[in-house]
Design a binder for this molecule. Sequence first.
Ligand code: SF4
Ligand code: SF4
Ligand code: SF4
Length: 294
Amino acid sequence: MSNGYGIHMRGGVITERNPDFCTVRVRIPAGNLTIEQMRGLATIAKTHGPGFVHITTRQTIELPHLNPSDLPRIARKLAKNGTPLGSERDEVVNVIACPGTERCKYANIDTIGLAKKIDERLFGREMPVKMRIAISGCPNACTSPMLNEIGIMGRIQPLRIPGQCTGCGTCAKYCRENAIVVKNGVSVLDPVKCIQCGICIQSCPFGLLQSKFRHYLIMVGGRRGRHPRIGRTVMMVEDEEQVVAVVERIIQWVYRRAWSGRLLSEQLDDLHFDEFRKEIAAEISGSTGMQTLG
Ligand code: SF4
Ligand code: SF4
Ligand code: SF4
């Protein structure tokens, strides 16, 4: 009979402070679970553990205080429940996302659908460094995408229909960045102050503000922890398939070039990030016509 050693070596199984026990972390892209899956997890936690679960900061659930010899059975039950073993090693870990257009009134993109697509293609891929991916539907950045190895943020550039404006100032009142002023009876946007949240578009009572460019901003090399770093911008793309293609390309680049034992954020210059950024812009814009940051 298996003693669970093989499974114990996989990501998703964490040895506890008392090494006679382990915790299992579950794979839950975007943190979305059905009620049946929650019941299933509760049953597994109660059968094999002390009867509680832990909700992590990365939208997964952990089942604590498990007997390592139960791991093969637990792994089978988790897979049957549609919540298989997760990850925590140097690999692509649970992809997190805010509610996005599924529920949030500020969202510019379908974050949950995107998280599931990225999860399907890349979850658990072995890497020289841990790769955390976070997606936010707007610059409010509720999942802190800029503090992850790969961050994705939905944005939208507002554009007033030329020649049309009542000068009512509603959009200026809604803009928290003070990026809009009413001058000579019309609204004027300051593109430097604008963070492309899109709130003004929804605020105009006459529907005179429209989207010029709804897009996904992709960042790389952010991190939380002891020495937080803001990720650097890779590019902006206009649709979900392009995002997945860019994320896959970043993963390949990191897999081939990065060193283990150092955080990705500390290696970006050594990995010649600026050259990579130009390469990926040329590669992907050549085939898809996507726009990039200047
Ligand atoms: S990041 Fe934006 S879209 Fe996502 S939950 Fe927060 S406010 Fe809503
Ligand atoms: S998109 Fe956001 S930041 Fe930009 S002008 Fe509109 S409300 Fe202000
Ligand atoms: S809310 Fe609409 S009409 Fe009013 S100032 Fe802004 S763009 Fe013009």
